[in-house]
Design a protein around this ligand. Structure first.
Ligand code: AMP
Length: 569
């Protein structure tokens, strides 16, 4: 069984292709969105999902979120005393999704299609694949998120619609793809994006506005617990503004509450720069696809942040019409991943469907250009595979040394579009030793870019046929196969919070978060309720726990609805 997984910055989802359709699988709380958060509990066990998200506020030193943004780097995050790499945290999320699917399907799940932002670099893709391996999953395919969204839409599309643009604004990335659909062939014509633009940036803007307008002292920026609460409140306010005209952010430091009110117009004004940044990837994708705006049949929204009315309005202004959002934008990528899983399993219902994708960025090497006589200009980027070339692709180019006595050619591989190599992203480097005393001193450099977006570089010395391969795996940001195997064992030994107890654990985490928000009598009252529920849990007797959980949930719901009405001290 191959599953489709959307491993998101904020939330992750898992889906399967079954009986000719893609279906999302709910987690143990019955929800299809599992927050991409991990926390270490007091007893050292690992919590993933909603309970971990609640604990971000109450136990920020033991909890982590947004680690997708660090994938491909060698950053370590500390949860309590234990250090985790970003791919290990992602692996814990993947493992939790895998267990949910196994519980729902009643059979082991060992293979997956995992989606990545189209703009993810080679290192970020490899880190995602490693995360899959660390979770005990064979990653059948890394699929670009907008391509997944297009696949989900493609199989639902009405007759006559053939050219469409996917506008995918997730938590941390923005991706645009232009697609052409014809006789069951879905062709990605062009992709463009911004790897550092997403829903979280709108929250960051709100946090900045909060410090500017609420009189909260700047020193509070260094108070980790306060900042976690503020970010969570800003996130809530941003979401509230998707449904109602006004929202308020309230954050306290224990002595005083600070507040900021805002409406949609204020949000739009504060985020004007972010909104403006949505334009250029759209223009670039259309230009690369050689498609005028007027020829687009449909604009499809994907990614949770496209729920924001200010983003939808910006899209409508850009395209001169309202985009389509028939499939829930949070779910469309995971559904598309399940379609790809169906294609991999050669499901008969998908017999007619063929999907082609493109390389979203150019890949090449740094070269030296002769600018007359013995004058050279170094560090120019020379693309070998141009962006938006259909994948898989293999291209070769021949390079020569600049001096006759030169013994080594240094090949430095980059991805990007800038004229100067140093303005692009460096992927790795390779030294090729040249034989002396031979006529032909050229080196053939072959770039092979596969459907997963992974690059292989091979240099062949023309005269000797000697082949050198670039081991991009050797980057400091990436784990070797051996390290993956070791860390897999270490991760497997971690104690995971039992699935059947996660619901009560999540409820408790939510109550603890609310406790921190409240003051005075309500706080005391909730504190007593928490102790009472903990005592019930300690009894380990379901006849005690089940009714206690029911009444405790009612109490927590009550306080949750009251929590905005902060009592006076
Ligand atoms: P994704 O990575 O696709 O899960 O997108 C997550 C992003 O969508 C986060 O930045 C969320 O804050 C944002 N998001 C989800 N729901 C809403 C909503 N109702 N209004 C505004 N933003 C939302």
């Amino acid at each position: 069984m191959i599953v489709g997984i959307d491993l998101g910055t904020t939330n992750s989802l898992i889906a399967v292709w079954e009986d000719g359709a893609a279906r999302l699988i709910p987690n143990s709380l019955g929800e299809v969105l599992t927050p991409s958060c991990v926390s270490v509990d007091e007893d050292g066990s690992i919590l993933v999902g909603r309970a971990a998200r609640e604990r971000l506020q109450t136990h920020p030193q033991h909890s982590a979120a947004n680690f997708k943004r660090l994938m491909g780097s060698d950053k370590t995050l500390f949860l309590g005393k234990r250090a985790f790499r970003p791919e290990e945290l992602s692996a814990l999320v993947l493992r939790s999704l895998k267990e949910d699917a196994e519980a729902a399907l009643g059979r082991p799940v060992e293979e997956a299609v995992i989606t990545v932002p189209a703009y993810f670099s080679d290192a970020q893709r490899k880190a995602t694949r490693a995360a899959g391996q660390l979770a005990g999953l064979k990653v059948e395919r890394l699929l670009n998120e907008p391509t997944a969204a297009a696949l989900a839409y493609g199989i639902h599309l009405r007759e006559g619609e053939s050219k469409f643009l996917v506008f995918d604004l997730g938590g941390g990335t923005f991706d645009v793809s232009v697609l052409d659909l014809f006789d069951g062939v879905m062709e990605v014509r062009a992709s463009a994006g911004d790897n550092h633009l997403g829903g979280e940036d709108f929250v960051t803007v709100l946090v900045e506005r909060f410090f500017e307008t609420s009189k909260a002292p700047a020193a509070l920026r260094h108070d980790a617990a306060f900042m976690q609460r503020l970010v969570a409140q800003a996130e809530l306010a941003k979401r509230a503004l998707s449904d109602s005209p006004r929202a308020e952010i309230i954050a306290g430091d224990g002595r005083q509450d600070y507040r900021m009110e805002l409406d949609e117009a204020a949000l739009e004004k504060a985020c004007a720069l972010l909104l403006a940044r949505l334009r250029s990837p759209v223009e670039r994708a259309l230009r690369d696809a050689s498609l005028p705006l007027a020829e687009l049949d449909n604009i499809v929204l994907a990614g949770g942040a496209t729920r924001m009315p200010i983003v939808r309005r910006m899209a409508a202004r850009m395209f001169g019409r309202f985009p389509s959002c028939e499939i829930n934008p949070d779910e469309v990528v995971a559904l598309g991943a399940a379609v790809q899983a169906g294609l991999k399993m050669r499901d008969a219902a998908l017999d007619e469907v063929v999907m082609t994708d493109v390389a979203p960025y150019s890949l090449g090497v740094s070269t030296t250009v002769r600018i007359g006589g013995d004058h050279f200009s170094h560090g120019h980027f020379d693309p070998i595979i141009e962006r938006n070339t259909v994948v898989p692709v293999s291209r070769v180019k021949r390079y020569f040394p600049i001096r006759d006595d030169q013994q080594i050619i240094e090949l430095v591989v980059y991805q990007g579009e800038a004229r100067m190599a140093s303005d692009n992203i460096k992927l790795g480097q390779l030294e090729v030793r040249l034989p002396s005393g031979v006529e032909d001193r050229g080196v053939d450099v072959r770039f092979t870019y596969d459907v997963n977006g992974l690059l292989q570089v091979e240099a062949t010395v023309v005269s000797t046929k000697e082949v050198h391969s670039l081991v991009i795996e050797g980057n400091p940001g990436l784990l070797s196969e051996q390290e993956i195997a070791q860390r897999f064992v270490a991760l497997s030994e971690l104690k995971i919070h039992p699935r059947d107890r996660i619901e009560n654990r999540t409820l408790l985490a939510r109550a603890e978060r609310l406790y921190q928000h409240l003051r005075g009598m309500p706080r005391e009252q909730l504190g007593r309720e928490i102790t009472g529920f903990e005592t019930a849990l300690e009894s380990q007797d379901q006849r005690v726990i089940v009714p206690a959980a029911k009444s405790f949930r009612d109490v927590v719901d009550y306080f949750d609805h009251q929590s905005f009405l902060l009592p006076d001290a």
